[in-house]
Design a protein around this ligand. Sequence first.
Ligand SMILES: Nc1ncnc2c1ncn2[C@@H]1O[C@H](COP(=O)(O)OP(=O)(O)O)[C@@H](O)[C@H]1O
Ligand SMILES: [Mg+2]
Length: 305
Amino acid sequence: MQKNLREIVENRKFLFFGGKGGVGKTTMAAATATWLADNGYKTLIVATDPTVSLSATYEQKISETEITKIETVKNLCGLNINPKKATGVFQKRLEGMMQGFEGLFGKEAVSTPCAEEMAAFDQFVTYLGDTEHDRVVFDTAPTGKTLRELSMPFDWSVYMTSQINNRKELAVALGVANDEQTLERLKKEKLRYDQAVKSLSDENIAAFNLVLLPERLPIEETARAISDLSNFGVKVPALIVNEVIPPDVLKGNWFLEKRRATQEKYFKEIATRFNGILQKEVPLFETDVYGIQNLRKVGEYLYEQ
Ligand SMILES: Nc1ncnc2c1ncn2[C@@H]1O[C@H](COP(=O)(O)OP(=O)(O)O)[C@@H](O)[C@H]1O
Ligand SMILES: [Mg+2]
């Protein structure tokens, strides 16, 4: 088991924060990116969620197309990928392939896959190849989506390998490879995806942390995410248990005491069920968390204590 979260983020280049919607992924990713930048690491934070949350968190406009300097933090840049706008090579390729399928089997037989997730994933792979920054922090999309994104390159590389090794008829029929040049390009793309997958599952390069609340549903989602990720050879080094009610605020308030008691029941469950994975608690703040001051406060809980 890892010693602490600080050791995890100081020793890995690519840092992910997964988990159910609303548990605090953007907050933890932004707090982490800020802490790393404050500590001298040239850092890039990339959001692949189709929301404006990163801009809201840093209280400034963050571009969807260009890496934007975060004004309040030295060494920190951000990018808010809009999957609706991103049209990666992979997506174009897939669209071509789907048309090919439609031509072969008819329109009804083909359900169009999640183009948005795919476009996001293509961008995501681009930043997994980053050489400009010391650290890249990903504020990932919610669990199910992320897993679909993660699973794509695996299918893709299996598909490509068989297409390249076999006699290419299907590839030709699908319109994805009709000449040597295209095949060469596909080979290069396959290599790019393979490398991305390799860094994702290399625990010395990437850390896929999960954020959860001490509540039934996020716990179940976490369990599923851990098992799904492990199918892809990705180990989860740390869990961040967010919005923990601090005991010193209870002061005989029955409502808070009941909520705290409920949380305690779940701490026990989290400790036993996810035994062997580092667990870090972050308290529930008296306000919502955005803006650089709050992010630095969260960073202190995560990395200084
Ligand atoms: N520890 C906390 N205390 C108080 N509010 C929090 C805390 N963590 C997150 N929040 C708030 O909860 C909301 C959801 O957090 P966010 O990071 O956007 O979640 P996600 O990215 O997982 O959807 C935001 O409004 C954020 O300010
Ligand atoms: Mg978010």
